[in-house]
Design a protein around this ligand. Structure first.
Ligand code: FAD
Length: 337
């Protein structure tokens, strides 16, 4: 039987893409620090890749108490076999209590593979993280039964406790460039014949246009109020002038007006941008579940009683076909002045 007392500290897997840190790792460092502190433990960033100097600096500035770094030519791009091998060996050596991984495409691949190899539990696609008072274990919260209820899950008997967490659920902290931390370099190599997949090329996902929702500081979203697919063009124009990502409600996705990749909400993406602009979206609870942590919410709706106005910082009661183009024009004029 495993002695769970031997396992200490909270790890965050720092995912990178083309050598750059993805926001979700930085968000998890911030929340992970709160969890680590509550149990008097350290928050440790796990960096795997090639030429990771800048990434390590960034991870320290965003709050890591320590970084474990594994570099190698074979880790330049993510591979299931290579990254699982590294994580598995690191866990066996250092025995972390918790591993937080972004619920991205790669994170959703790595988490279960690692959990299986370590014979421990994994809670996938979490939207909430807390500490269970009685056991001091992580209380992982995630939507269950198609999003109709929220389940809180404990991993009671095995360690590490592993979870994938949706991007945008937590906020990253302000970076502190003056911060320093211990960096432990580990030499772990994975022979080429043990990596069974080969990356040939990166191809953009069809329908994924412009700025990515999870990375965006500003999002302009459209809903059923747009009436038809072609009308999304006004949302895209406003997003373009703001350098924003385009989001949508599920109604617009179900109508086939926009790709499911752009859906915000309980069964879509969770986002927390600085500004979220919602046009023609009523504000159903399932939509709010994905965007209510945005810093500033601007809602445009012709119905003054639309529920979205209950959480909006700025409520514009009006026809979106007048308001959105007018906003776009005003911003363009301001930018050109
Ligand atoms: P509506 O509710 O129809 O609202 C359209 C709004 O547009 C109205 O408020 C109307 O006043 C306004 N409007 C119309 N014309 C104009 C105009 N010319 N100018 C200004 N305003 C106008 N929904 C999500 O968004 N994301 C999810 O992840 C999600 N997950 C779900 C999971 C489950 C299990 C279930 C049951 C539902 C889920 N839904 C989700 C669906 C959700 O319940 C709502 O049906 C959906 O969000 C409604 O989308 P909407 O606001 O675009 O449409």
């Amino acid at each position: 039987m495993m002695n769970i007392e031997e396992y200490k500290n909270v790890w965050v897997f720092i995912e990178t893409e083309h050598g750059k840190v993805k926001n979700v790792g930085l968000e998890l460092l911030n929340q992970g620090k709160i969890l680590a502190k509550a149990n008097n433990e350290k928050i440790i960033g796990i960096v795997i890749g090639r030429d990771m100097n800048d990434v390590v600096k960034s991870v320290i500035s965003y709050g890591a108490d320590e970084v474990i770094l594994v570099e190698g030519e074979e880790y330049k791009d993510y591979s299931t076999d290579g990254y699982t091998n590294v994580m598995n060996k690191l866990v066996k050596k250092y025995k972390p209590s918790v591993i937080l991984i972004g619920a991205t495409i790669n994170g959703r691949d790595l988490g279960p593979r690692l959990a299986c190899r370590l014979q421990t539990g994994l809670t996938a696609d979490c939207t909430g993280l807390d500490i269970d008072e009685a056991s001091r274990a992580i209380a992982w919260t995630r939507p269950a039964f198609g999003g109709n209820l929220m389940a809180t899950i404990l991993c009671s008997d095995t360690r590490p406790q592993i979870g994938t967490v949706r991007p945008g659920v937590f906020k990253k902290t302000q970076p502190d460039e003056s911060k320093s931390a211990n960096v432990i370099k580990e030499e772990i190599h994975t022979p080429a014949d043990e990596i069974r997949t080969k990356l040939i090329d990166f191809i953009k996902i069809a329908g994924e246009e412009g700025v990515k929702l999870e990375e965006a500081e500003i999002i302009v979203s459209g809903g059923r109020g747009l009436g038809k697919a072609e009308n999304f063009s006004i949302v895209k124009e406003l997003a373009d002038v703001l350098g924003a990502a385009v989001g949508s409600s599920r109604a617009a996705v179900d109508a086939g007006w926009i790709s499911p990749l752009q859906q915000v909400g309980q069964t879509g993406k969770t986002v927390g941008p600085k500004i979220y602009i919602a046009g023609g979206i009523s504000g159903a609870v399932q939509h709010l579940a994905g965007m209510s942590s945005s810093d500033i919410i601007i809602a445009i709706n012709k119905d003054p009683d639309a529920p979205i106005f209950n959480i909006a910082d700025y409520a514009i009661v009006g026809d979106l076909f007048e308001v959105i183009p007018a906003l776009t024009q005003q911003i363009r004029e301001y930018q050109n002045s």
